[in-house]
Design a protein around this ligand. Structure first.
Ligand SMILES: [Zn+2]
Length: 366
């Protein structure tokens, strides 16, 4: 800022004013500039007017015009800048959109959902349909059609949760009368399904072979809650029916699934077993994912871990749904979703999946 000295002339003074204006950033600075240049007393313009009073007539001519132009320019440009500052000013209580935002807390997907989706994706790639089914079932679809007639000793293998009040399925006009031996009109729904196998029956009753499906969903048993049991858990049930389906197809399918779920090179072995709805039946073990078969605490030093039950579909099941067992064959398998999750992540207590403890759930992906 230069001291007021009118001897420099109005043109030079105008350059000084422009330089000072260029540095103005705030309203206060602009007001100070206005006082200094066009204020009533002690301003540049006032000083020029005073100097004019004592000037010669010749000086008045040029000096006077220059001083007037200076005054006009100062007033006009200050008004302009004032308007620009006002336009840029933030209104009172405005939101400052340049502040960094708060990151919204994103949830994590439940580990059982991750397994369910992964298994669904594996079988979708293999050309399977992924289905869900009713969780409340009738006796026929949960037991009888699966070769477990009343009084069949195999019914004791599963402790069933029965409804206090039986209910009826809502009428679905798009689903016609089922094929095969299904009772008509439909039986009342009396129980919570003990396995997803009931869904196999419902699908086969409505569809001719070939069949290639996985049913995934919750099932219920009268189990007490402990480290490895819950009254509700999830099953993946697979069913393939067609001409010439063999045990070799079952083994190849489960070997592919084991590798997809637990990593390349995961071996499987079949042990003879018994299920009413398959013949022959087999329990399937995978090579221990921790010790790779060498023997450790997790596999009880055997190198193998039981993962699912499977077998070739029993002819009585085909007869129940109106398929001709002389024409077609099929295989089925059922696997616990929780069991896979326990093994895959080394979780030791199944209850963690149901306690909604964020410290546990946040360890899994999105
Ligand atoms: Zn092991």
């Amino acid at each position: 800022m230069t001291a007021i000295d009118t001897s420099i002339g109005p043109d030079r003074a105008r350059e000084l004013f422009r330089a000072e204006l260029a540095d103005v950033r705030t309203d206060a600075e602009l007001q100070a500039l206005r006082t200094r240049w066009v204020g009533r007393k002690g301003s540049w313009v006032a000083a020029f007017m005073e100097a004019l009073a004592t000037a010669t007539p010749e000086q008045k001519k040029t000096f006077g015009r220059g001083a007037n132009e200076l005054k006009k320019e100062v007033e006009a440009t200050i008004a302009e800048r004032e308007a620009a500052l006002a336009a840029a000013r933030r209104p009172a209580h405005a939101v400052d959109i340049t502040l960094p935002g708060r990151t919204p807390a994103l949830g994590h997907r439940h580990p059982l959902s991750l397994i369910r989706d992964e298994v669904g994706a594996i079988f979708t790639r293999l050309g399977y349909q992924v289905l869900e089914g009713p969780e409340i079932e009738d006796d026929y679809h949960n037991f009888e059609a699966l070769n477990m007639p009343e009084e069949h000793p195999a019914r004791d293998m599963q402790d069933t949760l029965y409804l206090a009040t039986p209910t009826f399925a809502s009428a679905d006009a798009s689903v016609g009368r089922p094929r095969g031996k299904a009772p008509w009109p439909p039986q009342p729904l009396t129980l919570l399904r003990t396995h997803t196998s009931a869904m196999q029956i419902r699908h086969m009753e409505q569809n001719a072979p070939p069949v290639r499906l996985v049913a995934i969903g919750p099932v219920y048993r009268k189990d007490n809650l402990d480290l490895t049991h819950t009254p509700m858990f999830h099953q993946v049930e697979g069913l393939v029916v067609g001409k010439g389906v063999t045990l070799a197809d079952l083994k190849g399918t489960l070997a592919a699934m084991a590798e997809a779920l637990f990593g390349a090179g995961t071996g499987v072995r079949f042990r003879p077993s018994f299920f009413p709805y398959t013949e022959p039946s087999a329990e399937v073990d995978i090579q221990c994912i921790k010790c790779k078969g060498a023997g450790c605490a997790m596999c009880k030093r055997t190198g193998w871990i039981e993962i699912l039950g499977s077998g070739m579909v029993h002819p009585a099941v085909f007869e129940a749904v109106g398929y001709d067992p002389n024409e077609i064959t099929g295989f089925a398998f059922g696997m616990g979703v929780e069991r896979v999750a326990l093994l895959k992540w080394g979780v030791e207590d199944i209850r963690l999946f149901y306690e909604n403890d964020l410290r546990f759930l946040e360890q899994f992906g999105l």
